[in-house]
Design a protein around this ligand. Structure first.
Ligand code: SDX
Length: 427
């Protein structure tokens, strides 16, 4: 009978220790090293956690080699094509897609919870106009925590689902308010007659009184194709296993802090350009490159070990094949090219980068493919969403993933406070 264990031999002492292998339902197994230090006085060393499973989970599965992503077992391609973002939110939180009545009630609850306490509006005035909306968003979510109780009964599903619905519903409002504060224009309140995604676009674009932007011959209403495009983008961003910001959310959850400050910490972590901030950097980079003729020079810089220039929107810790979300976005980009009038200059530059990088030994040998951030920016630009709101859009999509991971952590009896050790090299 095959033993499902790892045997480690410390060649300094000849001591052998054996550790159980835990099989997953999909993907790699894990060696249970929890007693390694107790047994051997030695730490495992894995900066960046490239080979470390920090938890067990049933929420999202990624196969980096196959370019596979599943939420609760359902492939992302199916969810993006056949289901709405709200159905995906319900699926992540409840482990099954909603019935018609479940979706109706979920949608209704989110519409009613989209409003903010009036006291929160004053917070935005504390920020300068040029404050990045991610700074305002993170601060306002921390402030939101002070309006709601700290300790949740994790045996009371209604209570913690209400906490989850509230933050999912309010994030678009907070993001839209942060944007409008940066322009010094009046806030547009949520409209309970509008869907989650159309409501966000309206709060971003409408004139005071909720009137849409006056086009040359009348009102420029929000088009259904724009709503569908953004809804798909939210779905693609909903969750992504134990990425950097989700790891932060779980670590903050492990200290017992308020769930909304865990989300606020996730927002702060996502802002970095190596993570969710990459979508904004991609467009800035395409604009900096400026023309197809300049692409080769920038590719050379990306490959130069002495140049810290990196191709934003390329590479991924897990996907060593294509990012399935990028594949969905590329198809969406092609569909929207004519209807939304995507910026052909940026598209041409992006296309040239992709054409070179996918055939260049430097990128191929390092498995550097376009990731989700490479494509979102051009579509969001066509949706009249400015660059500094790209990562807040990522936040709106990801909030359901963060809060679902927070709930899973809090309900896991094996969860402990996150407290890694170190390899000390000092005096
Ligand atoms: C997201 O984790 C998630 O799931 C995140 C995310 C989610 O949904 O939550 O998917 C969202 O964050 C997507 C990634 C967005 N970031 C970017 O697009 C920024 C550019 N990409 C890189 O900075 C980088 O690829 C990372 C951060 C995404 C991954 O970094 P790793 O896994 O630590 O890889 P690495 O830095 O060790 O790079 C391996 C090699 C190095 O070269 P060598 O030292 O072997 O010679 O590849 C090179 C790197 O220099 N490399 C790049 C590169 N990315 C890696 N070279 C040029 N351009 C790049 N973009």
């Amino acid at each position: 009978m095959q033993k499902k264990t790892f045997t480690l031999i410390d060649n300094r002492t000849g001591k052998e220790v054996e550790y159980p292998i835990i099989e997953g339902t999909r993907g790699p197994a894990a060696v249970d090293f929890r007693n390694l230090f107790k047994d051997t006085g030695t730490f495992s060393y894995d900066p960046g956690y490239t080979s470390t499973a920090s938890c067990n989970s049933t929420i999202t599965f990624i196969d980096g080699a196959k370019g596979e992503l599943r939420y609760r077992g359902i492939p992302i391609e199916i969810l993006a094509k056949e289901h709405s973002y709200l159905e995906t939110c319900f699926l992540l939180l409840n482990e099954h897609l909603p019935s018609i009545s479940e979706l109706h009630n979920f949608d209704l609850e989110l519409r009613h919870r989209a409003f903010l306490h009036e006291g929160l509006r004053n917070l935005f005035n504390a920020f300068p106009d040029n404050a990045h909306p991610m700074a305002t968003l993170s601060a306002s979510v921390t402030a939101l925590a002070s309006f709601y109780q700290e300790h949740l009964d994790m045996n009371n599903e209604t209570e913690y689902h209400e906490m989850a619905h509230r933050i999912i519903a309010k994030m678009p409002t907070l993001a839209a308010f942060a944007y409008r504060h940066s322009l010094g224009i009046p806030f547009i309140q949520p409209d309970i007659d509008l869907s989650f995604t159309k409501n966000f676009l309206t709060m971003m674009r409408a004139y005071p009184g909720g009137k849409m932007h006056l086009g040359p011959l009348g009102h420029e209403e929000i088009k259904e194709i724009e709503v569908r495009a953004l809804d798909t983008i939210f779905t693609l961003h909903a969750d992504h296993e134990q990425n950097a910001s989700t790891t932060v959310v779980r670590n903050v959850a492990s200290t017992g802090a308020h769930p909304y400050v865990a989300i606020s910490s996730g927002i702060a972590a996502l802002w970095g350009r190596a993570h969710g901030g990459a979508n904004e950097s991609v467009i800035a980079q395409l604009e900096m490159i400026g023309s197809v003729e300049n692409v080769d020079a920038f590719i050379a810089r990306a490959k130069d070990p002495n140049d810290d220039f990196r191709l934003m929107g390329f590479g991924h810790r897990v996907y060593k094949n294509f990012d399935p979300r990028a594949q969905v976005l590329k198809k969406l980009q092609d569909e929207l090219k004519e209807t939304l009038g995507l910026d052909s200059r940026l598209l041409d530059i992006a296309g040239r980068i992709e054409e070179i990088a996918l055939n260049d030994e430097y990128f191929v040998s390092r498995h550097l493919y376009p990731n989700i951030d490479f494509y979102t920016g051009i579509i969001l630009t066509a949706l009249k969403i400015p660059k500094n709101m790209f990562t807040p859009v990522f936040v709106i999509g990801r909030t359901v993933g963060w809060i679902t991971q927070w709930i899973e952590f809090k309900k896991d009896p094996s969860s402990k406070i996150a407290r890694p050790r170190q390899l000390y090299l000092g005096d």
